[in-house]
Design a protein around this ligand. Structure first.
Ligand code: SR1
Ligand code: MG
Length: 394
C-alpha cells in the first residue's frame, strides 16, 4: 500500500483539474473549458484542459506505479524533480522542451505547455510517419543539455550542488533493476513469450555477458557526468515535421552521458528491425544523424569551454567522445534486451500481429543486444554499429 508523503495530496479528477487551473488564473472565471485524462504512460495522470482560446497540460504523479498498481509505491517527489529538470534543460534548449507554467509540490503536479498538436514519436514511427528534424533535434538536445550540466561547463561547486539537487534514488532504482539487473536473471518481474524461453535461458547462463552488464550498471551507479533525461525513449518525445519536444524527464539524475544517447539509439533500432527493407533506411540515417549532430554540438561547446583546462589538451575531446560512444552502445544493448524480456515492453515489438514475425524480431533484439554489450569495445563508429545492426536485421 502506498504511504502518502504529502499530507495535502489528492489525486485530481477531470473536474478538480479544471478547478485547479482556474484557481491559477490561467483561464477566465466564466470561460467554457473541456478536460480529458490523456495519460498513457506507466506512472502518471495527464490532463488536457482547453478552451477556445488556449490549452494547458497538468501532469500529476500518482503515489504508485500505474503500470503495476498500488502494490508498487513510488515517491511523489518525482514531480518536482521532473519540473526542475525541464527548467534546467530548458536553459540549454528552450525550443526543445515544454515550457513549465506552474508547479505544486503538495499535489505533485506540473502545469505545462500543451503539445497536443504534435504526435508521440513512437506512435508516429509505428504508423510510418517521417520526422525529418527528429534526430538532428535530439542530437542537439543531448549535446547541449549534457554539456551544459557537466564539469566541462560548470564550476565544480555548482556542478556538485546540482548533483545533490538532482539526486533521484527511487527512480534510479527502477532503472537499475528493470534495465540493468532483472532481465539478466530469472526473476518474477520479467515478462517474455514462451517462444523466447530458450534464448532467455541461454542469456541467463551467459556469465561473459553478465560480467559486461555488471560493468555498464556500475557506470550508471557511479558516474555523475551530466544531468540526464534518464528515460529518453521515443515515447518521451513529441514531434511533427517541423518541431521536436522532449518530455517526461522524471528519471533525471546525474549519470553517464552515454545512457541518454544509448537509450534513444536503442528505440530507433527497434524501428529498423520492425520495418520492411524500403522503410528502414530512413531510420538507419536517423541513427547516424543523432550521433553526428551530437558530436558536432558537443565538440563545439567543448572548444568554446573556458572552465576546464584539460579541454585544450590534444586528444582529450576524442577520448571523451569515444567513451560516450562505448557507453551508449552498451546501454543500447541492455535497452534492447529489457524491452523484449523485462517488465516494461514497447509497442514497436508487441504490436507486431504476426506471431512468427514478432518472435523473429524479438530473437533479433536479444541477439543484437547481447552482441552490442559484449562487443562494445570494438564497435567504435556509427558505421560499425549499422553494420552490426544489419547482421541481425530479419
Ligand atoms: C515501472 S516504470 C517502467 C518503465 O517505464 C518508464 O518509462 C521507464 O522506462 C521505466 O523503466
Ligand atoms: Mg515516462
Amino acid at each position: 500500500m502506498a504511504v502518502l508523503e504529502n499530507i495535502g495530496y489528492r489525486a485530481l479528477t477531470e473536474e478538480s483539474a479544471c478547478e485547479y487551473v482556474k484557481s491559477l488564473n490561467l483561464f477566465l472565471p466564466d470561460e467554457k473549458m473541456t478536460v480529458e485524462e490523456i495519460g498513457d504512460g506507466n506512472l502518471n495522470y495527464v490532463f488536457r484542459i482547453a478552451s477556445n482560446r488556449k490549452s494547458v497540460i497538468i501532469k500529476q504523479a500518482l503515489p504508485y506505479a500505474k503500470v503495476v498498481g498500488e502494490s508498487w509505491p513510488l515517491t511523489l517527489k518525482r514531480a518536482k524533480l521532473e519540473a526542475e529538470v525541464l527548467k534546467k534543460h530548458g536553459e540549454a534548449v528552450p525550443h526543445l522542451v515544454p515550457a513549465v507554467l506552474a508547479t505544486d509540490e503538495e499535489l505533485a503536479l506540473t502545469v505545462m505547455e500543451d503539445l497536443s498538436h504534435l504526435t508521440i514519436v513512437r506512435e508516429g514511427l509505428i504508423q510510418g510517419n517521417h520526422y525529418p528534424k527528429l534526430s538532428a533535434d535530439i542530437g542537439e538536445y543531448l549535446a547541449k543539455t549534457l554539456f551544459l550540466t557537466s564539469d566541462f561547463a560548470l564550476h565544480p561547486f555548482e556542478k556538485k550542488k546540482l548533483v545533490a539537487k538532482f539526486s533521484n534514488p527511487e527512480l534510479c532504482k527502477i532503472t537499475e533493476d528493470l534495465v540493468f539487473t532483472d532481465p539478466f536473471f530469472d526473476v518474477e518481474t520479467n515478462d517474455f513469450e514462451a517462444g523466447l524461453a530458450e534464448s532467455v535461458q541461454q542469456l541467463w547462463a551467459n556469465d561473459k555477458l553478465k560480467l559486461e552488464v555488471a560493468k555498464i550498471k556500475y557506470a550508471f551507479l557511479t558516474e555523475a557526468e551530466s544531468l540526464l533525461h534518464g528515460d529518453l525513449h521515443t515515447g518521451s518525445i513529441f514531434a511533427s515535421k517541423y518541431e521536436t519536444k522532449v518530455i517526461d524527464p522524471e528519471f533525471g539524475f546525474y549519470g553517464p552521458i552515454g545512457f541518454d544517447v544509448g537509450q534513444y539509439i536503442a528505440h530507433l533500432i527497434f524501428q529498423v528491425l520492425v520495418r520492411n527493407e524500403n522503410d528502414r533506411m530512413v531510420i538507419r540515417q536517423q541513427i547516424e544523424e543523432v550521433w553526428d549532430v551530437f558530436s558536432y554540438h558537443f565538440s563545439e561547446a567543448w572548444q568554446n569551454s573556458v572552465v576546464h583546462p584539460f579541454t585544450k589538451v590534444p586528444g582529450a575531446l576524442e577520448y571523451f567522445l569515444a567513451k560516450v560512444f562505448k557507453d551508449a552502445i552498451g546501454v543500447a544493448g541492455c535497452e534492447l534486451i529489457r524491452r523484449t524480456i523485462g517488465l516494461s515492453h514497447v509497442k514497436d515489438l508487441d504490436g507486431i500481429e504476426d506471431s512468427s514475425i514478432r518472435l523473429d524480431v524479438k530473437q533479433a533484439t536479444i541477439q543484437l543486444g547481447s552482441s552490442l554489450i559484449i562487443n562494445r569495445e570494438n564497435i567504435v563508429t556509427i558505421s560499425q554499429l549499422l553494420k552490426e545492426l544489419e547482421v541481425y536485421t530479419p
